[in-house]
Structures are given as structure tokens and as C-alpha cells.
Design a protein around this ligand. Structure first.
Ligand SMILES: [Zn+2]
Length: 268
């Protein structure tokens, strides 16, 4: 194993099992955003303002999205912090991290809870699809599965789930094909009642700076959003993942084993 690989493995072990909680940093981070005069809002709230032409050019917006990829418990802890600060944001859940009563609580408090979908990756893994052509041939099956899952989720949660966010899996990176390709078809979108996919150009072009949290030791991509906040960028968009803010050794262990298992199975 090369030196870089070894270092990266150590970073992963540290981030997944040893890193002290960064939730206090998270709280301080949001406090500074608020102190600097930003309106923190969910994707849904910001989109509503854009659509109605109510996003004031002089107002500073901070759109806050959480992708709950693995750790629902830490997502809850982050939500509690936001509740204490009066912040409303977006939480997108995978089928593996669903928590219907938590989703309802988020919505009741004025935030947004919706679906972090991955049916393209799921079917690609199940059926060992290795090329874009193979995936395109399976698109009717993939779309059918997405529609079924969305229907079940709507029934269970009573939430509209009209805005959804694509999850990124290792298979998506391998295929260079992302889950949002499920929603490229306008007619299909209408059929399933999806108004916005968070990666849509029509949404993204309203944002001035986009940031995402990242694994230890860099923590942010492309840089800490507080730089944009301190520079008074008008519309800052931040994606966070609970996993990067507090380690959940049990969940991370299971997830890592699962990922290795899936990787091996897919490559066979
Ligand atoms: Zn994700």
C-alpha cells in the first residue's frame, strides 16, 4: 500500500471512529451565519421565494441542506441545535436512514424533510450494470422503482416530497452516471409529482456560492462557507452530512463493511 493510501486510510479511521464531536463547532458556525445577517432557510423555502420572485436582491440567504446518508442520531442532534437557534433547514433521507416521525417533526417545525434517492445506483448494483448503455436500457425499471418508493414514502409520512435530492454512490462515480438522471424526463417528473431536484440548473443558478462538508482533515469543499459569509456573498448554499460532525462508530463500521461488500459484489 502506498504512502498516500495509508494516510487516507488513517484519515478515514480517525474520522469514522476517533474524531471528537464537532457539534459545538456546528452550533458556533450557525451562530456566526445568523450574526452576520443571513436568513438561513431550507431548499424548499428558498425555491418558493425564487419562484414567487420574493428573493430580495439585498437579502442574504444561507440555504442549508442535510443529506442523512448514514447517521440519523447525529442528524437529530444537529436538528436540536438548529431548533435552539430558530433555524429551519432541509433534511433528505435515504431508505436506509428513514425516520418517519423525525421527518414529520422537521416538517411541523417549519423545515423540510424529503427523499434522498438512489434507485439508479441500486438497480445498477443489483443487476451488475457496468455501462451507461446497460443502465439506459434498465431506465424503465429504475423509474418504476423510484415511483413506487416515493409513493410509499408519501403514504407513510404524509409529506409532499415534491423536492428530492440525489444521493451519490460509488457506483454512480464508476458509471459517471448520477441518480438525478432518473428525473431528466419532464413527463416522468410530472407523473411522479417532483417539482425540483436540488441539482437542477434552474435552482443552482440562483446560488452564488456552493459548499459541502468533507472528511477529516479538510472538513470543507471547496472551502469553509464562513469565508463566503464573511465576504457577504448574497446566496450561500451549504450541504452537510451528519457523519462528518460526530462519529458513530457502530453505524460507520456497519456502513464501511457494507460498502466493501457491495464493491466486491459489484466487481465480480
Ligand atoms: Zn448522500
Amino acid at each position: 500500500m502506498g504512502r498516500t493510501k495509508l494516510i487516507n486510510l488513517w484519515y478515514r479511521i480517525y474520522a469514522d471512529f476517533l474524531m471528537p464531536s464537532r457539534l459545538l463547532i456546528y452550533s458556533r458556525f450557525l451562530e456566526e451565519v445568523l450574526r452576520r445577517g443571513y436568513a438561513i432557510c431550507s431548499v424548499a423555502r428558498f425555491w418558493e421565494k425564487i419562484e414567487k420572485g420574493q428573493a430580495h436582491p439585498r437579502e442574504k440567504y444561507f440555504v442549508l441542506r442535510h443529506d442523512v446518508d448514514t447517521d440519523t442520531a447525529t442528524a437529530k442532534a444537529m436538528w436540536q441545535i438548529e431548533q435552539a437557534l430558530g433555524v429551519r433547514s432541509s433534511y433528505y433521507f435515504r431508505l436506509t436512514t428513514l425516520d418517519i416521525s423525525f421527518m414529520r417533526d422537521i416538517a411541523l417545525s417549519g423545515g423540510e424533510a424529503s427523499y434522498h434517492y438512489e434507485e439508479l445506483a441500486t438497480v445498477a448494483k443489483q443487476n451488475h450494470l457496468k455501462s451507461r448503455d446497460q443502465v439506459f436500457r434498465e431506465m424503465p425499471t429504475i423509474r418504476k422503482l423510484f415511483h413506487e418508493n416515493l409513493k410509499i414514502l408519501r403514504e407513510k409520512s404524509g409529506l409532499p416530497l415534491n423536492i428530492v435530492a440525489s444521493h451519490g454512490d460509488f457506483v454512480n462515480r464508476k458509471l459517471k452516471m448520477y441518480n438525478w438522471e432518473i428525473l431528466k424526463d419532464g413527463d416522468f417528473r410530472k407523473t411522479v409529482g417532483v417539482d425540483l431536484e436540488v441539482y437542477d440548473d434552474v435552482f443552482v443558478r440562483n446560488i452564488s456560492r456552493r459548499h459541502s462538508d468533507n472528511l477529516y482533515p479538510s472538513f470543507w469543499k471547496p472551502e469553509n462557507p464562513l469565508q463566503a459569509v464573511r465576504a457577504e456573498a448574497p446566496r450561500v448554499y451549504v450541504l452537510v452530512h451528519p457523519r462528518h460532525w460526530r462519529t458513530n462508530p457502530k453505524v460507520n463500521f456497519v456502513d464501511n463493511v457494507h460498502r466493501v461488500f457491495e464493491g466486491v459484489r459489484y466487481s465480480l
